[in-house]
Design a protein around this ligand. Sequence first.
Ligand code: FAD
Ligand code: NAP
Length: 493
Amino acid sequence: MLNVPSQSFPAPRSQQRVASGGRSKVPLKQGRSLMDWIRLTKSGKDLTGLKGRLIEVTEEELKKHNKKDDCWICIRGFVYNVSPYMEYHPGGEDELMRAAGSDGTELFDQVHRWVNYESMLKECLVGRMAIKPAVLKDYREEEKKVLNGMLPKSQVTDTLAKEGPSYPSYDWFQTDSLVTIAIYTKQKDINLDSIIVDHQNDSFRAETIIKDCLYLIHIGLSHEVQEDFSVRVVESVGKIEIVLQKKENTSWDFLGHPLKNHNSLIPRKDTGLYYRKCQLISKEDVTHDTRLFCLMLPPSTHLQVPIGQHVYLKLPITGTEIVKPYTPVSGSLLSEFKEPVLPNNKYIYFLIKIYPTGLFTPELDRLQIAGTGFTPMVKILNYALTDIPSLRKVKLMFFNKTEDDIIWRSQLEKLAFKDKRLDVEFVLSAPISEWNGKQGHISPALLSEFLKRNLDKSKVLVCICGPVPFTEQGVRLLHDLNFSKNEIHSFTA
Ligand code: FAD
Ligand code: NAP
């Protein structure tokens, strides 16, 4: 989903800059919108003139295709016949012709690096550039090395490392249960916005934004770790600590092996975009055509978008990946709860206007809210606490895997602290060993303890929502606990 935020605002080539370095748009002819282009690419028409054959293109061959009706452009080693796209290019035909018959990568990156050309131009792919043997370089030796705290440096690092003592570095250390990766940025203005961490399976990736560069730690970890991790920053010395939890309490001999671009400082303009799969958690109408979308980051991601920065959302639209920029907002300003609360940094909120005739926003609007049974409870809680004067008690029992999965935890705790009529109980099925709250799945023991009636004749309504098996089991248990049909409301389709 997201691109990397930058320290300067707006970023040097950001779309938020007026006249930000040559990106201008031209009026397109009727029938030449992006949607029309997607339709053309799906029509089965031969857009390369090669009947689906892919060829190897030499520099000499590329140069020959430099006219509007026969225009090939190379981007990152792949050659595209862009003649059919000319009239659809939002920047105009002349702009596209600037790269005709040549390598347009730099120009492309300068103007709109975030555009997903691989997907949009896939039907125009002519083939790869022929590689000159002299360019080949064997990095295999590098890949074989392991990381043991004495850092093997990549090619890029070695070059930049010579530039002086301000070059960032990292180290790692361990206890029985934890592995800490420390990044020494040697910058004093580092904060939690400056570091983005992702780990999936054994692949660990930490990007630190250092001025106009990214310092990348990219490692295949030697042992398994839990999804959950924490990140802290010691601003005074510019140190970042990422604390991973071992799955098994064994001693690690080495941290892992280096993956692509590991331990290198890369100018931000040369880094690719890295997308994360997010879940749509909630969608609220703000006006008749504008909605507040809440997306949840994967549990294995740490990312805080700096104020004023935008990110890119990507969706497949009739088979083509479309990317559009959006500026996160603070969810709490417009949250269901009346007072401002701290946003939990696992969630990113967007205020997005839906254009019925637009390409991206109607598709976004059609996305289903990812199955969280919490959503209906938000309105019920708010209604119960504000609109039922005779209400004595509201209890929320919230089942999740880990603490990271708890939606709006801080808001709920704050609300429960402020309004003593509300009790909140978090129950985790896969907690860390330090968790001292309730554990397990829905069960008679958990429900009977939590749902004790205060008075025999008190009026009660138990609402239950979640995955179908959870809800069905919950309803059965409630019957067993002598709650009547009228006292149980389950949210099912
Ligand atoms: P589009 O397909 O772009 O269409 C928009 C409108 O233009 C429609 O009415 C459509 O019919 C019309 N149209 C499309 N093509 C043509 C054409 N060729 N000729 C005439 N009319 C045409 N938006 C937000 O809502 N929230 C944000 O936080 C946000 N942040 C942004 C941040 C940045 C830095 C930028 C640059 C933009 C931001 N936007 C934001 C705008 C967002 O990126 C999209 O442009 C917007 O959501 C519309 O996308 P769409 O694909 O649905 O509409
Ligand atoms: P809006 O509500 O449609 O319009 C806001 C105001 O601008 C209205 O008063 C409108 O006048 C006026 N306006 C519209 N066109 C104008 C023009 N040509 N000259 C002078 N005034 C004009 O728009 P919005 O919802 O605020 O914003 C939607 C736009 O913002 C989209 O194009 C989106 O791409 C962009 N956007 C950009 C960013 C970013 O960070 N760069 C972030 C979010 C959105 P009327 O009331 O008379 O229509």
